[in-house]
Write a protein of this length. Structure first.
Length: 414
């Protein structure tokens, strides 16, 4: 029979057990609450592992594993973000991210340079009003409609900009926006234009002497050989045109070799006064026949240069100057200058060049007066050869000219 005392003891033990279990549960709940609070604050490094496989231990262990997995995902996402950030900043192409309503979400630094805008100033604005480029919305619409990238070339402030649009989808495959990639292809366009002009100019320059040679040869065969005076004149014309064509081909070969680096540059200490004297000796008779003087004023005794290429530069410059100088003459000066070993200047008192054409001097086949140049036997390649030979030696060239007063070509020698 259970006594009262025993019954009270059992009740007391039960109360104590319940109290202890309550305190234990409260402590576990407080630990769990603190752990969850740390996770909520972003402290994903927090871990809490308890002994046991059920109840609170299991819940806390799973939460710790969840925090570890979440931390790994965040690290991966952060690494991916850093890589994308480096890619966006380092790529030379401009990149724009727009949403489904064509509002700008993100741009990279290159885009700012291509369109001359500030990313912070256009973020959140609609694409059309932010960049003021007609046709961008249509390009995006075409890309969205076709579900693939579309490209178009836009002309903006004398620049050619190639823009490609790539649509992307969000949840449930709904259209979410587009990525636009912009590239400044002005230089490439310019190279294409130069290439086309070069082919057209070569064809024209070769066609002219070939046509003349053919025409006079046919005239001679048709009976002009019987007239001594006419036949000599025709043959001299054929000789002149063949020499002009030969010189053109030679200049083209030289220019191609220089551009492709096939012309070796071997610098050494050379006597500048001696080089100038050698060049003058080649042109004394030609200058004298036109009543022109040749003078020198050299203060740089020795410079580092490839003597053969320097001779080639000066020969082309003097030949060009004498052709376009009818009175006065030429002078070659050389002076020491800050940051340069020597500044060599070839000046003439010739017809000069209009200011608007000075920037084009040195382009292949460019002539201010094409008809006069051809009469004088010019190929339009002399200054191009000079420019490339100067660049090949690490030097700089600057041209000044006044119409009717003359031209000065300065060569900055390192």
């Amino acid at each position: 029979m259970i006594t009262l005392e025993f019954a009270l003891f059992i009740i007391l033990v039960a109360v104590v057990y319940i109290a202890v279990r309550g305190l234990f549960t409260f402590r576990r709940l407080r630990e769990l609450g603190g752990f969850i609070e740390e996770l909520a604050k972003g402290n994903l490094e927090k871990r809490l592992y308890l002994k046991g496989k059920h109840g609170f231990p299991r819940i806390m262990t799973n939460l710790s594993i969840l925090a570890a997995n979440l931390q790994d995902r965040i690290k991966e996402a952060e690494e991916l973000r850093r890589r994308m950030d480096v890619l966006m900043k380092s790529t030379p192409d401009g990149i724009i991210l727009v949403d489904s309503k064509n509002r700008i979400k993100t741009v990279n630094p290159s885009l700012e340079g291509i369109f001359n805008v500030k990313g912070a100033g256009i973020s959140g604005r609609r694409l059309a009003e932010a960049l003021n480029v007609t046709g961008l919305n249509k390009l995006i619409g075409n890309a969205r409609e076709n579900g693939a990238g579309k490209s178009e070339i836009f002309t903006i402030d004398s620049k050619y900009i190639s823009v490609s649009a790539f649509p992307f989808s969000g949840p449930q495959e709904h259209y979410a926006g587009s990525v636009l990639v912009a590239r400044d292809i002005t230089a490439e366009k310019r190279i294409d234009e130069i290439r086309r002009d070069f082919v057209a100019n070569v064809s024209h320059e070769l066609k002219t002497p070939v046509t003349a040679i053919k025409g006079f040869a046919e005239t001679l065969l048709d009976g002009a050989l019987d007239n001594r005076e006419d036949s000599v004149r025709f043959l001299n014309t054929i000789k002149f045109q063949s020499e002009r064509m030969e010189q053109l081909i030679k200049d083209l070969i030289v220019l191609s070799k220089i551009e492709f680096g096939a012309v070796p540059i071997e610098k050494k200490a050379v006597s500048l006064p001696g080089i100038v004297d050698n060049v003058f000796s080649l042109f004394e008779e030609k200058a004298s026949s036109k009543g022109l003087y040749l003078k020198k004023d050299i203060e740089c005794d020795s410079i580092d240069a490839d003597p053969e290429r320097l001779m080639q530069i000066l020969v082309n410059l003097l030949d060009n100057a004498i052709k376009y100088t009818d009175s006065g003459g030429l002078i070659i000066r050389a002076r020491e200058a800050d940051n340069w070993q020597c500044v060599l200047t070839v000046s003439d008192t010739g017809i000069g060049v209009p200011k608007k054409y000075i920037s084009r001097l040195g382009e292949r086949f460019f002539r201010v007066d094409p008809s006069r140049s051809r009469e004088l036997g010019g190929t339009g390649l002399g200054l191009a050869i000079v420019k490339h030979l100067i660049l090949a030696q690490g030097w700089k060239m600057h041209i000044d000219s006044d119409l009717g007063k003359g031209t000065s070509v300065r060569i900055y020698i390192k």
